[in-house]
Design a protein around this ligand. Structure first.
Ligand code: ATP
Ligand code: MN
Length: 480
């Protein structure tokens, strides 16, 4: 058996000393022809491997370069150095994979996030990205744990969809028809999708919600957690063309139940990562602190990362209606001094990210749940309130990010739903399957969508969404 290794994480964590172990990993640095800092991705902390002078041939020594992969067997002993408790005294060392240090993109120095993004295939091997992706993993695991503990059924909603009812124009088309103009045409010159692979025009999904609702009408508590795609041309630090979304859908929940679920859920998964990834988060917190020092005082976040996460886990989110929020924004000094790019003039205005962030960061200084938005700026499936003007929607806004969750109580009344669809030009024929849930045993129900990468951004304290997904897709970029 080749793989008899011990993970570096367990070597460093264990109290035990004076035992034999084999470790494998990638060289971070090699100092004084003796000290190798070895990392295997199980933790950000490197294991110090000591190759006593004379142990290795000159020819092997030359191959211990930054990025090289090695296998070392030796004795784990208490370290004399101050920087680590234990180290590995090598008995034998084997080079598994050479790395030409002249050409290896990572040098033992600080690299910019932009440079690392261009080298995303290698950036996993840095401390920052090691920490980010271990945290991302924990968050993903915690999501399943949370729902599983509460009896939810994980429903895999389709990735290729035939309905473009939601957010048409923002979708990626899926087709096997030729693009060179030779695709079969209808008499009016338009493309004949009956000849396409699925016999109709299809797209990549923008949300699993509608299918989630179908399943909720049988299992009551369901969730999806999968990739979603949006061809929106928004080159921001908060948008990706391919991102992962968590979408619970719960029968018998109203808007308040929905808010309670979302708040409990967010706190649970953050708490989980804080427990499981304490070292990674401490590292990221430190990283952020150093980054903040480079900024002018007025732009600094004020709270450290760990402090922020603790605060979010231990305090209630602020809940208020859209109407109350508009009032606050209208009367804010920001609005009066025309500091917003989009000034808040009247009720009905769609909130921009600058407004969301003002509410969260300047006014309340905590996460905020906004409810009961004007019907005209929200989707057709949101439940109409008795005032006839607002719908039972809720958005959760987080410091540093803005919208992190969008959700609502769904319109379960067939007549009201049909009316909204007509008003918003949503073709009822295409959504007949969806309308069936309102025809046969409809019930009050609610759900939300949480953008996974926005959550990872929040927890890691990173500022660009392209740094929290392994291989980001955004306008003009689909590398790797
Ligand atoms: P925004 O106004 O920020 O574009 P949205 O209103 O389009 O968001 P929803 O359609 O409600 O968002 O989607 C649910 C959640 O998915 C959002 O709250 C957000 O966390 C996330 N999300 C939406 N679009 C993107 C994107 N392009 N990249 C990453 N996450 C996204
Ligand atoms: Mn959007």
């Amino acid at each position: 058996m080749f793989n008899i290794r011990k993970k570096i994480y367990s070597v460093l964590q264990s109290e035990e000393v004076n035992y034999k172990a084999t470790v494998m990993g990638w060289v971070r640095t090699f100092r004084n022809n003796q000290f190798i800092a070895l990392n295997d991705g199980s933790t950000n902390n490197n294991l110090q491997v000591v190759a006593a002078l004379g142990l290795l041939d000159e020819s092997v020594m030359k191959r211990i370069t930054t990025g090289a992969c090695i296998k070392v067997t030796g004795e784990v002993v208490a370290s004399l150095g101050k920087a680590q408790r234990v180290e590995l005294k090598a008995d034998s060392l084997e080079i598994l994979g050479d790395s030409d240090s002249e050409k290896f993109p990572l040098q033992p120095k600080k690299h910019s996030l932009e440079f690392l993004r261009e080298n995303a295939h290698i950036r996993f091997r840095t401390n920052t990205f090691g920490a980010i992706f271990r945290v991302r993993h924990s968050l993903a695991f915690a999501i399943h744990q949370f729902f599983n503990d509460r009896g939810f059924v994980y429903m895999h909603t389709p990735i290729i969809t035939g309905s473009d009812a939601e957010g048409a124009g923002e979708m990626f088309r899926v087709t096997t028809l030729p693009l060179d103009g030779s695709a079969p045409k209808n008499e009016d010159g338009s493309i004949n999708y009956k000849e396409d692979f699925f016999g109709k025009s299809t797209n990549l999904t923008v949300s699993g919600q509608l299918e989630g609702e179908l399943a909720a009408m049988a299992f009551a508590d369901v969730y999806t957690f999968g990739p979603t795609f949006r061809a929106e041309n928004s080159n921001t630090t908060r948008h990706l063309a391919e991102f992962w979304m968590i979408e619970p859908e719960v029968a018998f929940n109203d808007l308040e139940d929905n808010m309670n679920l979302a708040e409990e859920f967010i706190k649970y998964i953050i708490k989980y990562a804080m427990d499981k990834n304490a070292e990674d988060l401490a590292f990221l917190s430190q990283r952020l602190e150093e980054e903040e020092k480079q900024k002018p005082l007025a732009e600094r976040a004020g709270m450290g990362l760990l402090e922020k996460l603790n605060f979010v886990v231990n305090n209630d989110f602020e809940r208020l209606t859209y109407t109350e929020a508009i009032q606050i924004l209208k009367e804010s000094s920001h609005n009066k001094k025309k500091k917003f790019q989009y000034l808040i003039e009247e009720w009905g205005a769609d909130l921009q990210s600058e407004h969301e962030r003002y509410l969260v960061e300047k006014h309340f200084k905590k996460p905020v749940i906004l409810t009961d938005y004007p019907k005209d700026i929200k989707s057709f499936y949101m439940r109409m309130n008795d005032d006839g003007k607002t719908v039972a929607a809720m958005d959760i806004l987080a410091p540093g990010i803005g919208e992190i969750v969008g959700g609502s109580q769904r319109e379960e009344r067939l007549d009201k739903l049909l009316q909204r669809m007509e008003e918003m030009n949503v073709p009822a024929v295409e959504l007949d399957f969806y309308l069936d849930t309102r025809r046969f045993g409809a019930c009050p129900h609610a759900g939300f969508g949480l953008g996974f990468e926005r959550l990872v951004l929040f927890v890691t304290g990173m500022t660009n969404i392209r740094d929290v997904i392994p291989f980001p897709r955004y306008p003009k970029s689909a590398a790797f």
